[in-house]
Design a binder for this molecule. Sequence first.
Ligand code: SF4
Ligand code: SF4
Length: 307
Amino acid sequence: MMYEFKVSEMAEEFGVHRNTIRNWINAGTLPAKEGPGRKYLMEFHEYQLLCEKFGREPHVHGTNHVNPDALGALEKADTEPLNITGKKSQLVQDSSWANACLTCGTCASACPISGVDGLDPRKIVRMAVLGMDKELIESTWPWKCTMCAKCEEACPANIQIIALMRKIRGSRDRDKVPGPIHKGVSMCLERGNNLGIPKDDFVYLCEVLGEELAAEECPGFATPIDVHGARVLVTVNSKEPFGEPDDMKWWWKIFYAAGESWTISSEYWEGVNWGLFSGDDEAMKTIVGRIVDNMRRLNCQVLLLPE
Ligand code: SF4
Ligand code: SF4
């Protein structure tokens, strides 16, 4: 027996965000597959196991059970995009968006920058399902978008607008990514942080700042670099050591006053991952992986990111 659900329903039932359900599905934690009408299907016993894990009774009603034999035709009918241009989009991750998007404009109403240079999330979704990839990739809209996700939160049809924005960004030639974003990503991959600050300079700066703090108001303070077994691993936004080093001391004073056990890694300490903003998933994964390695190497329990 199969169990049929919408992402929004499952999220509400288990008290988690819709993106959490999607992440579970993508990671295979929730073994469900796409069904017709923006719904997902999973074996009923898998749903029961999930309920057990959350300590709750399965929520069962007639409409959640489907006949697997009827699915083939329904899937085809419901996921075939209505595309009057005949162009196939490489940006659309779910062909059901074409029918699912109601063009209601709720996303545009929720967007804090709707109208800026013509940006309109509803228009972006519609252009994507119409296969207007080139126009979207060349437009400035995805780079003006702050990725705040208000549009996606408001969307009654669960269109994954943020994933679409990132896909559009990631599809642009890297040398055409605006401003310093791609340069920062390249520098981070090559030299460990967005501004290319050498390891020795960073460690020296941290030590000097620590000595200043000890002389000012935190007697006995010494900046904890690479302390194995510290509870908190603190990552750093490279603009601080580069241009506003005293800002780091505010955090350190709080840790000192709280008697916290913390440390900074001497390598791969960058906490800002511009792979997220440039749509570069591979770079993002590499940069995150370095932080995870630091957590393991230093045996820390809590990760603190500056943003
Ligand atoms: S809120 Fe959702 S359904 Fe409505 S226009 Fe925007 S993307 Fe489409
Ligand atoms: S994520 Fe982008 S398009 Fe959506 S509401 Fe925020 S700024 Fe607007």
